[in-house]
Write a protein of this length. Sequence first.
Length: 279
Amino acid sequence: MQWKKDKLKPTQPYFVLETDAFYQEVFLQQGISHFYRFALHDRKEIGVVPDGCVDMLFEYRPDGRIESFVCGSVLTYEKHLWESASDVFGVRFMPGYQPAGLNIRQKDLVNRKLPLAEVLEDTHLYDVMAEEYDFYQRIRIFLQQYTKAVRRQEKPFGKQELVLEVKRLVYQSDGKIKVSQLQELTGYSERYINKVFVEELGFSPKTFCKIIQFQWALEFLNYGAPDKMTDAAVALGYYDQAQFIRDFKRYAGMTPKKYLDYRKKEEYVDRVIENENRS
């Protein structure tokens, strides 16, 4: 199969497969993975998968209203109901990253969708975003305001430094590292690492590893075509094919084979209008 491994871009595949006109701008700076946009023409349920991320969503309604939300990661596959037709603009942060400018911790966002205005330290962001309708203008305006919040953000210390190091090691291993290895590499006990990680992010390092490994599996299946699921399981570092199928089904709502057939039928790659900004 042809698949070039690059930096992980955490995805919500059903946002691509079950909506219209999906645009994506990869950013990979300031903790932001990418910006995206899609259209919904009616009330609809869409699948959501674990990604370990926080998303900011701006929903522009046909009547001129705008609603904005901040969403934490789910921990298993779910279906979320979108109440009405919308032009949706989203900002996805990297897995485990705490966005600047929020007065709520990431652990308190797990499995939750909250009005953005309630958790913003400076609501000016909401006001300026309400006026923009062009995708790239929205990105520009968002970054102008968000960069100010990043500059005001306190540097991590203490427990936050430990979480940053654990996340770095998990990223480096593509989610394959064991908690016992984290203990050896950081000098902290497994119990303490688990305690601090849950306090900061709302889920364990083991869960975070599984989510990162699953997100790589999505990348692998979205942009490649394995001849056998055994090959995919080995390439992604799963213990065996059974574990790969079990974990993938829990997180994606279907087996890897069914997902691969679905993404081929819906032509996943062709549905993503992408312009990567890596400067």
